[in-house]
Design a protein. Structure first.
Length: 562
């Protein structure tokens, strides 16, 4: 399915602004993450939107870190965000900015508002401010410190900056309207005292700006034209406008859109951090995590994520996108581009008793039937092979067309074989199959068209590469993971089968030299990627990216997970 043309209400606004020469015909957007965690798929939607709009209009887009909360921010998160944004959006061309670089200008503007009687220092603590803020139906109560003199406020603000007061003892608040129907305008906090070293500024500051105060100022300093936010900031837009108008500085336009909600997925940073800290996953880049780093390690391509973001579009209405849409995007991409290979994940040995001992032949195989330019390769074939355990049944169920005693199947790119004997150990477990092959049925020969009901994949035992394969599945069993039974939380919906590790897999030889990040379709098994952290040439470790089909649709119909 082709990606639909990008057309949405945000682009309509920008098109109108360009027609009227608003912002002098410029388009300049920004992506402003907080460096307090790794980016997730919801951020990917914002990245694609902001950088995509800039590209579409020959404009600019800044990566700007909103690093105003030193208690939760770390350099690790900064580095991971840069990697993720460059992976999705391309070369940033040095357009990386930090809110903390503007701290002095923000502070000077705060002093300006105090001088004009539009801001004041308040001694109420957080609980007292909350109690006096009012409700949706009742106005707030003015702080007893609201009418301090300008000189007193200037003195207190300077002493706050110098570190004379303990955390939480004072704040700087804007003086707007405690009776406003928009609670965000009821004397919001601009600065709070936090005696915490900043990951970039060190101990230079002990007062830090709130997001509402900093956001518009950052946009103004960078001459952003369209400040695109998620829908929860819609009620904050009047405050964004008030600060800029009160200061009389350059005024960008804030536009809000609905954030991404994905089925079987949690996108709360707090919950993702909990998954990491409590070791429900191996880290932020665990391939089951909905982080950009997790998707990349699992084997998703940047293009598939960009196509997914374009496909779901942008709207003003909250909705839940089926995660199958994301999985479809990566299948579509890899079907067109991934090399094919044969891999046996749960091996069962097959001995071709009428094949010459010590003989090896090479069989030609197509690398990608969707792409002729991918060419072909040769696969070694010999007397002893491995097939999937599921491709044999001693007592086959109805409509089972794979291998069973006395039946024939075709080996992919090879011969037709027939099961003659089942070998078992002392416990009765099947250890190998003795089969015969029809030498006239090699693929491409005149007799190759002889009809059999099934074709299975295989690997030559003599040439097989040993590998670990990790079968990743959805991390949660319920469509809405936050919907937990009474007395339980979202963790109760974790999928206990989200990871299965297979350590004795047998792969065709060329997979042994796979570089970390290389992607393949294991024929009949799904799409797989050599793990970027653990896989090494000669000792491969593969992650399942996605199955060949949406297996969860069938599971849900049977009333299983979800």
């Amino acid at each position: 399915m082709p990606t639909p043309e990008r057309n949405d209400f945000i682009r309509d606004i920008i098109a109108s602004d360009l027609q009227t020469s608003k912002f002098e015909g410029r388009v300049h957007t920004r992506f402003p993450p907080e460096p307090n965690g790794y980016l997730h798929i919801g951020h990917a939607k914002s990245i694609q939107l902001n950088f995509g709009i800039a590209r579409d209009h020959n404009g600019l887009c800044n990566l700007r870190f909103d690093d105003t909360n030193p208690e939760k921010e770390e350099q690790e998160y900064v580095d991971s965000i840069v990697r993720d944004v460059e992976w999705l959006a391309g070369d940033l061309k040095g357009r990386i900015y930090f809110a903390s670089d503007y701290f002095r200008q923000m502070y000077d503007w705060a002093v300006t508002l105090v001088r004009e009687g539009k801001a004041y220092v308040c001694d109420l603590n957080a609980d007292e401010i909350r109690r006096t803020r009012g409700t949706l139906t009742e106005p707030g109560k003015e702080s007893p410190y609201r009418n301090r003199s300008i000189d007193e406020n200037l003195d207190l603000l300077d002493r706050m900056r110098r570190g004379e007061f303990p955390d939480g003892s004072k704040t700087l608040r804007a003086k707007i309207d405690m009776a406003s129907p928009n609670i965000n305008l009821r004397d919001p906090i601009m600065y709070r005292i936090v005696h915490e070293a900043h990951h970039r500024q060190g101990d230079a500051w002990c007062i830090y700006p709130t997001y509402d105060w900093a956001h518009g100022l950052e946009d103004s300093i960078e001459r952003i034209t369209h400040s695109i936010c998620t829908l929860e900031f819609e009620n904050h837009r009047p405050l964004y406008d008030w600060f800029l108008d009160a200061l009389g500085i350059y005024h960008p336009q804030q536009i809000e859109f609905a954030r991404l909600n994905l089925s079987y997925t949690v996108l709360s940073k707090r919950k993702l951090l909990q998954l990491v800290q409590e070791r429900h996953v191996s880290g932020w880049d665990d391939p089951r995590m909905p982080t950009v780093a997790g998707y990349r390690r699992r084997g998703y391509t940047a293009e598939s994520i960009r196509v997914f973001c374009d496909r779901i579009g942008v709207s003003k209405k909250d909705s839940i996108i089926d995660v199958a849409t994301l999985e479809w995007s990566i299948r579509e991409d890899l079907n067109a581009h991934a090399r094919r290979a044969m891999a046996v994940l749960r091996p069962l040995k097959v001995v071709l008793t009428n094949y010459p001992e010590g003989q090896t032949e090479e069989l030609p195989a197509v690398n990608n039937p969707e792409d002729e330019s991918a060419g072909s390769r040769v696969i070694p074939f010999g007397r002893e092979l491995y097939i999937e355990q599921d491709d044999f049944r001693e007592v086959p169920p109805p409509k089972y067309y794979r291998l069973s005693p006395g039946t024939e199947v075709r080996l992919r790119y090879g011969y037709i074989i027939k099961c003659e004997k089942v070998i078992k150990d002392a416990s009765g477990a099947i250890t190998e199959l003795h089969c015969t092959y029809d030498p006239e049925t090699r693929s491409g020969s005149p007799a190759a068209n002889r009809k059999v009901k099934s074709t299975i994949h295989w690997v030559s035992a003599k040439h097989a590469v040993n590998a670990e394969v990790r079968l990743y599945d959805r991390l949660f069993m319920k469509e809405d993971p936050n919907d937990a039974e009474e007395g339980k939380d979202f963790l109760s919906n974790l999928n206990p089968n989200s990871l299965e590790v297979l350590r004795y897999c047998k792969l065709e030889p060329m997979l042994g030299s796979a570089a970390p990040g290389d992607r393949f379709q294991f024929e009949r098994m799904g799409y797989f990627c050599a793990d970027s952290a653990d896989s090494k040439p000669g000792a491969p470790v593969f992650n399942r990216i996605v199955t060949l089909k949406d297996t969860w649709a069938k599971i849900e119909q049977k009333g299983k997970p979800g």
